[in-house]
Design a protein around this ligand. Structure first.
Ligand code: F6P
Length: 366
């Protein structure tokens, strides 16, 4: 296959941050610089930097020593969608299509291809930019692991590790005080973090959005444990879990965000009900953004490196563009961005890990 004439690429990190972003920035930049003699530009703060023309060169030294660091050296934004960007006109904020600014800024810097590292929101905008003629490669990021088409997003393993360590710590204090402890983890509308951290920590009850729970099933299970002499219970709950027929627990709505709902508070809500129905002391613990921080696990560093390398290799050697790099069955490849945009990957109710958890007597609140 003929090699492409790509001389300059730009790279951005969009949406919520997660461990491993810097590892991808490093892998993309080093692969591009060392193997293809490409100039690399870093876009500051995701799509916001593309709209505001904030791009800077990324040279070898700029991407050296960042493999193990959390966050993103480029910064990110989860309110900057070029197609719905808040613009103030006559004192009113109107969501406006400013994609022409993105295109003209990329032209100013002679950018031949754009590498977008992000989740579903970032990929939805990337797919629209691709339709306007910008060659794009996407890299699947999110602690939530909810991107379709790939076995695993980078950042997920670190979040699960952090959550598991935290639940292990809660476990010992729950045992000492004979309490019911409810640990709320992130994940938005998917229960991957709760399922994996719940199983890894040996949680007694795991509640995920995909399996709406019944309060009576949870309280019966806890009281049965008490009757057996088990004087504490650990519940891992996903922030997006909800009661059968009930609604999501929303913590706040972010003005001008293309994805304005922020979930949170289900642990506190459940805690009050469980304490009242069982007369057992019950406490909520919210892990929050701790799950997004810190150094990536070795698994995520390797995954991020593979994703970054594959993105550039496919772009340069195979002329692949407007695709998302994916891992399927342990092998790296890519799928069209259009297949990913606007979709999320929930936990199948009969997922093998759900079955394994049930087999070791974990309650899912049903
Ligand atoms: O998508 C990653 C994530 O951390 C979700 O798990 C969580 O619901 C959301 O982002 C929180 O977003 P923010 O940092 O804007 O509060």
């Amino acid at each position: 296959m003929a090699k492409t004439k790509i001389k300059t690429i730009a790279i951005l990190t969009g949406g919520g941050d997660c461990p491993g972003l810097n590892a991808v920035i490093r892998a993309v930049s080093k692969t591009a610089i060392y193997n293809y003699d490409i100039d690399v530009l870093g876009v500051e703060d995701g799509y916001l930097g593309l709209i505001e023309n904030r791009l800077r060169p990324l040279r070898q030294l700029d991407v050296s020593g960042i493999l193990t660091t959390g966050g993103t050296i480029l910064g990110t934004s989860n309110i900057a969608d070029p197609f719905h960007f808040p613009v103030k006109t006559n004192g009113k904020t109107i969501l406006t299509d400013v994609s022409h600014k993105v295109i003209s800024n990329l032209k100013k810097h002679n950018v031949d291809a754009l590498i977008c590292i992000g989740g579903d929101g970032t990929m939805a905008s990337a797919a629209k930019l691709a339709k306007l003629g910008i060659p794009i490669m996407g890299v699947p990021k999110t602690i939530d692991n909810d991107l379709v088409g790939t076995d695993m997003t980078f950042g997920f393993d670190t979040a699960v590790t952090t959550a598991t360590e935290a639940i292990d710590k809660v476990h010992t204090t729950a045992s000492s005080h004979h309490r019911v402890m409810i640990i709320e983890v992130m994940g938005r509308y998917a229960g991957w973090i709760a399922l994996h951290a719940g199983v890894a920590s040996g949680s007694d009850i795991i509640l995920i959005p995909e399996i709406p729970f019944k309060i009576s099933a949870i309280t019966d299970f806890i009281l049965e444990r008490s009757a057996l002499g088990k004087r504490f219970s650990i519940i891992t709950v996903a922030e997006g879990a909800k009661e059968k027929g009930g609604s999501l627990t929303v913590q706040q709505t972010i003005k001008d965000s293309p994805d304005p709902i922020r979930l949170g508070g289900i642990a506190a809500r459940l805690s009050a009900v469980i304490q009242q129905k069982t007369s057992l002391e019950t406490r909520p613990v919210v892990l929050g953004h701790i799950q997004r921080g810190g150094t990536p696990t070795p698994f995520d560093r390797v995954l991020a490196t593979n994703y970054g390398y594959t993105a550039i290799k496919l772009l340069m050697e195979n002329n692949v563009k407007n695709h998302l790099v994916v891992m399927q069955g342990g092998k790296f490849g890519s799928i069209p961005l259009s297949r990913v945009a606007g979709k999320i990957k929930p936990v199948p109710k009969d997922h093998p890990l759900v079955q394994a958890a049930k087999a070791v007597a974990t309650c899912f609140g049903v």
